[in-house]
Ligand binder design. Sequence first.
Ligand SMILES: Cc1cc2nc3c(=O)[nH]c(=O)nc-3n(C[C@H](O)[C@H](O)[C@H](O)COP(=O)(O)OP(=O)(O)OC[C@H]3O[C@@H](n4cnc5c(N)ncnc54)[C@H](O)[C@@H]3O)c2cc1C
Length: 608
Amino acid sequence: MDSFVVIGAGPAGLAAAQELTQRGLRATVIEAAEVVGGLSRTVCHRGYRFDIGGHRFFTKSRAVQDFWEDLLGDDLLLRPRLSRIYYQGKFFDYPLDPVKTLLGLGPVEALRIVLSYLRAQMGRSTAEERTFDQWVTKRFGRRLFETFFKSYTEKVWGIPCSEIDAAWAAQRIRNLDVGVLLRNAILGSRVRSEGKIVISLIERFHYPRLGPGQMWERCAERLAELGTETRLGMRVERVRHRDGRITSVVARAPDGAEVEFEADGFLSSMPIPDFIHALDPPPRKEVIRAADRLRYRDFVMVGLVIDRANVFPDNWIYVNTSEVKVGRIQNFKNWSPDMVPDPTKTSLGLEYFVQENDDLWCTPDEDLVELASRECEALGLIKRDEVMDGIVIRTPKAYPVYDGNYREVLVTIRAELAQFRNLEVIGRNGQHRYNNQDHAMLTGMLGARNLAEGSDHDIWAVNLEADYHEEIHAPAWAGRDRLVPRRIRPEAPKEWIRRAFARYDPAALAGAIGCVSGLGLFLATAVLLLRGSDPMGPTLSLLGNYFLGYTVTWPGAWLGLAEAGVLGAAFGWVLARLLNLVIGMEQRALESRIDTLGAMDPFNEGNR
Ligand SMILES: Cc1cc2nc3c(=O)[nH]c(=O)nc-3n(C[C@H](O)[C@H](O)[C@H](O)COP(=O)(O)OP(=O)(O)OC[C@H]3O[C@@H](n4cnc5c(N)ncnc54)[C@H](O)[C@@H]3O)c2cc1C
């Protein structure tokens, strides 16, 4: 294949185009919007720059990191992270600092959280974890889930946590281990230094000096220098195909004209339902019905310009209360000082998670600016008369939703698309995968290689974090070699650890200690009775203080057997549970060290 069409100039599409261009192949990028960057663009309003949600740049992939550094050089800043959760009028460090959190919550609430955490640990091996709330509760306890996860998560997704697939929690929260955090907070420097590995990847991040859009604008410029055109304002409406091959795409230009692009190979990062509907001739009805079942969460960002140099020190604040509608507040100046043109002012981004065409989505811009100003004041961050200006940015399909259907739908869609030998679907909405920029880029890079080289990278495996560690080397223009993706099996070491940290069976230990105690007392009493007088007799009868009705007599021996048996069993059961708790904490500490490189946080997206 010599010529290619890439649909979408977001991170996935541009990374794919870069991969093709560096091989000297002809590519055209077709983008519906008037700017590049997709969800990772930066909107400039009177000199103030706003992300569509703050975009941290972090990756495990050397290739992606090299791509970013090569494009931006010194303009790729390394920034410190400060983020907190607003809850019941107070701010709590996020990632959570257990000691500060418990102190901040007060003794009663702190005790409830600790007890609920311990309870969750005791029942952990048997608790179900199909849904988000089950997954979090199993690890952190119900109370912590309700305090710090529930309200924000439900604002983001607009559905109860009990309907969110646990896969998402596993992907996003897997390294947050309360046991490790507690240990780090309580114990000294040795553990703290180990813990630091877990935290270090989330306490700093890369960020372009002028916001993420700068990266993608620079990338499009670089592509143009190398001869690859990005056609803006062109929405792909039809995807023509014949005999198992895509032959062309037809895009609507800003003047309403249709423009057809033919090529040998095609990469699409447009949302799956749009792609399926664009197929010409159309696919079977059940495929269209399946694609229509995919759900999204949409996003409204209200940018406010505040007449104050410093509003709060955080990059962003999670708002974990249902009293206001805003879910998260960005302070873009703290991401990069150059996001504002005037250092005496501050720009905030209030994030509202919505459904396209719901009330909030349809609210006029000036009312949304008013709402955002009011809510900021209600949270005690600003005074309303400090708001100098506002802007509203509406973004459809910001979050692909992992509901109960999406896996089944993707099976149908993938089977349908597999017939096209010259097509790769890439990126976040192109694969309906909750990808960050780096994973979106990797799918683009690998998809491009599949088409250009006939290689067989499984791009659907990118970002299946538990069993895939993507690593490809830098692009040729960065002067490095190239590796192929490889699968790792983090389950294997974890499996060994699981075996090494075998748990006590509470029933077995209860039975064993119960039998030993009961029979011990019975035999001691019986020996005394059979041998007649013995100096031990009076001493043994002191046990009557502990075992109701016990005496050195035959009835007393039977009573002692029963009572010591029951007490011993209870002791054995509690002992097994406590030992399992300690073993479990140790095991999770080790497992989380294995996961260290993927350290994420539940609000990651930078967020989520
Ligand atoms: C609020 C929020 C915060 C985020 N924070 C982070 C973060 O901190 N770090 C991080 O790494 N990632 C973050 N992400 C994720 C990141 O934005 C995405 O992973 C990334 O932008 C996906 O790239 P993409 O190219 O796959 O898709 P997109 O960015 O969605 O790009 C797809 C492009 O295709 C175009 N398109 C769609 N349909 C058509 C059509 N019919 N014809 C032509 N063009 C079309 C769109 O206009 C768009 O430009 C965040 C996302 C959101 C919503």
